[in-house]
Design a protein around this ligand. Structure first.
Ligand code: GRF
Length: 205
């Protein structure tokens, strides 16, 4: 990667993870990184306004009614034009085409609100709560062709409390996400790791 790693952040909604990454950069906790562009597939995603307010370039590629591969090709072209080194999915509610994944090998991260491989897919926090797990959390992982599946960079666990309800649990997991994502990005940007099979292993110096 170049001296400064350029992030492309893909969102569909609120954008709180994007904001947490932006804050980490602004506060100097996430070094050697800049956000090149925030891309949304939903034109009125709230996260877009937040990006504009911070003066971060945004792009919208409405995915409604479009073929996946064609939509993804537009997104990929934008990311390449913006010279993006690392793509961060942050609440991007759309499956990626195999062509898109292949175009950025080990260069796409996602955050998922469960301890994978438990509870992939939608409403992971509600799934975990309903299952009655005692420990929940979040996972930052590389993206491969399968949903919520690639090599795990980092996980954070929290206890499920007696007084939790699904909303409270979701909010406490989200607070962990906001710490975990910048931390995982820093680990990847450092380049000090190898992927052995499915295992993300830090290189000892
Ligand atoms: C987060 O819970 C993330 O783990 C999941 O979607 C949610 C996005 O929230 N993939 P936000 O848009 O970052 O606020």
């Amino acid at each position: 990667m170049s001296a400064v790693t350029r992030l492309g952040i893909l969102i569909s909604g609120r954008g709180s993870n994007f904001l947490a990454i932006a804050e980490s950069i602004r506060e100097g906790r996430l070094k050697g990184v800049e956000i090149a562009v925030v891309i949304s597939n939903v034109p009125d995603a709230a996260g877009l306004e937040k990006a504009r307010a911070l003066g971060i370039p945004t792009a919208v590629f409405d995915s409604k009614g479009r073929k996946r591969a064609e939509h993804d090709a537009d997104v990929a072209a934008c990311l390449k034009e913006q010279k993006v080194d690392l793509i961060c999915l942050a609440g991007y509610m759309r499956l990626l085409s195999p062509q898109f994944v292949a175009a950025f090998p080990n260069r796409i991260l996602n955050i998922h609100p469960s301890l994978l491989p438990a509870f992939p897919g939608l409403e992971a926090q509600e799934q975990a709560f309903a299952y009655g797990v005692k420990v929940a959390g979040c996972t930052v992982h590389f993206v491969d062709e399968e949903l919520d599946h690639g090599a795990i960079v980092l996980q954070r666990a929290i206890p499920v409390l007696e007084e939790d309800d699904p909303h409270m649990l979701t909010m406490r997991i989200l607070a962990e996400e906001h710490k975990a994502y910048p931390e995982a990005i820093a680990m990847v940007v450092s380049g000090e790791y190898e992927i052995r099979g499915r295992r993300f292993v830090k290189r000892s110096s």
